[in-house]
Design a protein. Structure first.
Length: 116
């Protein structure tokens, strides 16, 4: 396997941490929210944690799923403040830049190639 780029490592750990912190932050909401709502919150946080873990392992699908997760947040942000939309849009651009660079693509291709 090719050596993991530092950018992939940093982004993976940041999103793992964001998922864990998000779960802890919303834990008190689970007492008052309907089950369908906290299932969605829990599922989305778990999804981002799994994306981070599997990106560390070189899974290409996790890279694309994480980018889709951020796009989802950009769309949600469009219904909130312009600042929130700008922040999520900048986050998408920055993460996409680093995850779609040739070194990252080579890393994700290398991990997939070894599994075959």
């Amino acid at each position: 396997m090719d050596r993991r780029p530092l950018s992939v490592t940093v982004i993976s750990w940041l999103f793992i941490a964001a998922g864990v912190i998000g779960l802890a932050y919303h834990a008190t909401d689970f007492k008052t929210a309907p089950p369908s709502e906290y299932a969605l919150v829990f599922g989305l946080r778990l999804l981002v944690i799994l994306c981070g873990i599997f990106m560390l392992r070189g899974s290409d699908w996790a890279r694309w799923l994480l980018l889709a997760w951020i796009v989802y947040h950009v769309i949600l942000s469009a219904f909130h403040s312009p600042v929130e939309l700008a922040v999520h849009s900048l986050l998408l651009v920055a993460v996409a830049y680093f995850l779609l660079r040739p070194t990252a693509s080579t890393y994700f291709r290398g991990a997939r190639g070894e599994a075959a």
